[in-house]
Each structure stands twice: as C-alpha cells, then as structure tokens.
Design a protein around this ligand. Structure first.
Ligand code: NDP
Length: 333
C-alpha cells in the first residue's frame, strides 16, 4: 500500500513513518505541508520522494491508496473529506474534528465512498491495555465499581506550539489528551460516558487554552470514572486503575506511546504482577487498518470511536466552561 502523509508533523516523523515502513509492502510516497520549505526539509529528513503544498495535487499523485492525516486539529475535517472524495482510505489523527457533526460527516462520507476510515487512538493497541481488558472480560476483578485515569504529563518543549496557545487550531489539553482517555475508558468498559462534570485551568503553560483538567464521568452501568489530564506535571507519571468487587488493577505508566508500564492485580489472594506482550503500538494499529483495507476485520479504532472520544472531550470542555454537569451528545451514534 502506498501512503501519502497529510501534515509534516512530529508524530509522523517520530512514530508513524517508521511504523508504516515496518509493514511489509508499505511505502510512504508523498508528504503535504502548508509550507514548501518545511515540506522539503521534512521530506529530505525522512527520505520521502514527493512533496506537495496543494492537497488536491497530493491526492492526484498516481498510486496513493491511503493517507495519514496529522495536521493541526482544525484541518482534519476538510482534509479527510477531500481524501475520502478522492477515494483514499484514511487514518486520521485525534481529535477527528472540532465538532461532532463534522466527525459524523466524515464517517458517512467514508461509508458512502466505501473506504476505510479510522482514528489513530494508539492506547487501545497497547499490550498493557489489551491485558487489562482481558482481565476485565475474564471477570477477574468482578463487577466494576470505578475507574481512575491519570494522564498528567509535562508537554515536551518541542510540542509547545499550537497546543498551548491556539484555540482555533484545536489546542488545549482536553482536545489533546482527554480524547485518548475517553477512548481508553470506552475500550475497557464497553460503554459510553453519559454525563460529565469537569473543571479546567490554565496553570502557567496554556495561553488562552486550558493546560489541566479534571473530570468525573457517569457511565450507563453506574460505574464512576475519574479522569485527570495535564501538560504541566513533570513527575506525576501516568496510569489507570480499575476497581471491582473482586479485585483492583493498578497500571502505572501505561498511558504512553511506548510499550511500557507495570500492571498489578490485587485481590483476596494478594498482589500479582502481570506479564503482557510489549509490541509497538502504532504498528499494531496499522496492521488492523491494513487488514480492514483488504476486507478483513475492522480498524483498531474506527470513525465512530473517534466521534465518541471527541463527543466526551467536548462535553468535558463545556462542563468546565459552564460549571455544570453536561450530558455527552453522540449525535445518535
Ligand atoms: P506538530 O505541531 O508537530 O505538527 C502539526 C502541524 O504543525 C504540521 O502539520 C505542520 O504543518 C505544522 N508545523 C510543524 N512544525 C512547524 C513549525 N516549525 N512551524 C510551524 N508549523 C509547524 O504536531 P504533532 O505531530 O504533535 O500533532 C499532529 C496531530 O497528531 C494532532 O492532531 C495531534 O492531536 C495528533 N497526535 C496524535 C498522537 C497519537 O498518539 N495518536 C500523538 C501526537 C499527536 P504543515 O503540515 O503544514 O507543515
């Protein structure tokens, strides 16, 4: 499969180009940048032959089967719609769009065009999360009572651009990290948050956008979820805890891009550390995407998953803004 990259981004160069090239028979043919000089430099650094500044020209490049969209968040919607209209399979970064209606339009357009449309939610591809999900499914922790997600990191210096000062580009920690946590919670619990209550602040890093948020989500089953995302915490580490009637799972440093972290299960017999498969996350997601393109199975996170994580994030943002509980609006999905 031949790929076109829409966006000369950090995530593409740090993770996705390598992950695409690690798939047998997959090549990166072209990259789109809004800036010719940046595009050329990116292409040279990453050994990509073709560089475009015009999306239609990239989409018209012969032989491109799929695109990976990793531009700033406000561009995902129009770029995905154009790629779908050109008959390309689309792997799109989160958040899929800035509005749930736009994510819905992307899903419907892909459905009508018969192309695969997926969201790059990497955490559900992690061996750690797959292992936690298995524990839950096997009933090892009993009936789930609550879940705690802590994903407060220190935003690396080289990412302190639009994320911390550009609301129009979809900046802020909610669009950046809460979407991932929403997807991870949905992945583990198999249900969608119903109502959220949140508070957000700009605690020094964010300028005009929030850099820290805490929220509580009510699930249809009655499970309570507590979630914390931040750009300003150098030493907090990340993790997830799942507490049930028969046991508790404590997973440290598992909300990451790498196959790292330690998972323990505590129950009446004591505490046990779990072994799990530590594969590369983005490659695992690409394998599922590639299988879906060839008609086998579904992407790890499809368009509806991306719509739902966006809907939760927007409800969290609204709750923080308006100081009240907000029902998540999935627009019928
Ligand atoms: P970057 O800031 O690295 O890139 C985003 C865009 O910014 C690029 O498309 C590029 O535009 C522009 N850009 C890059 N460098 C510069 C520069 N020096 N000056 C001005 N503009 C520049 O973003 P990320 O790679 O961190 O994130 C991109 C997308 O991927 C986001 O939607 C984010 O949410 C998502 N993401 C997802 C992750 C995941 O694990 N699923 C992890 C990290 C990010 P142009 O293309 O026009 O050159």
């Amino acid at each position: 499969m031949k790929w076109g990259l829409i966006g000369a981004s950090t995530i593409a160069s740090e993770h996705m180009i390598g992950a695409i090239r690690a798939q047998s028979g997959h090549t990166v043919e072209a990259v789109l940048s809004s800036n010719a000089e940046r595009g050329q430099a990116f292409a040279a650094r990453n050994a990509i032959l073709h560089v475009f500044t015009d999306l239609e020209a990239l989409l018209a490049q012969p032989g491109i089967d799929a695109v990976y969209i990793s531009t700033t968040n406000e561009k995902h919607f129009p770029q995905a719609m154009a790629a779908i209209a050109a008959g390309k399979h689309v792997l799109c970064e989160k958040p899929l769009a800035l509005r749930v209606e736009d994510a819905a339009a992307m899903i419907e357009a892909a459905r009508e065009a018969g192309v695969v449309f997926a969201t790059n939610h990497h955490l559900r591809c992690s061996g750690a999360h797959l292992a936690i999900r298995r524990l839950i499914a096997e009933g090892r922790i009993g009936r789930i009572l609550s879940m705690r997600v802590f994903h407060a990191v220190s935003l690396p210096e080289h990412l302190r651009g639009w994320r911390i000062d550009d609301a129009a580009a979809g900046g802020g920690v909610i669009a950046d990290i809460t979407v991932h946590d929403a997807d991870t919670v949905r992945f583990h619990l198999g249900e969608d948050p119903k109502t959220v209550v949140a508070q957000a602040v700009s605690s020094g890093l964010g300028q005009g956008v929030e850099d820290s948020v805490m929220s509580v989500w009510t699930m249809p089953s009655g499970v309570m979820v507590q979630s914390h995302e931040s750009f300003t915490h150098p030493f907090a580490g990340s993790g997830i805890e799942v507490h049930g009637t028969k046991g508790s799972v404590f997973a440290r440093n598992v909300m990451t891009q790498n196959p790292s972290g330690i998972i323990t299960l505590t129950d009446k017999d004591g505490t046990l550390q779990l072994n799990y498969e530590r594969h590369e996350l983005y490659g695992y997601g690409l394998q599922a995407f590639n299988s879906a393109v060839t008609g086998h199975g579904a992407p790890a996170a499809d368009g509806v998953d991306g719509l739902k994580s966006l809907a939760v994030a927007l409800a969290v943002a609204r709750s923080a803004r308006e100081g009240r509980a907000v029902d998540v609006d999935y627009k019928g999905y």
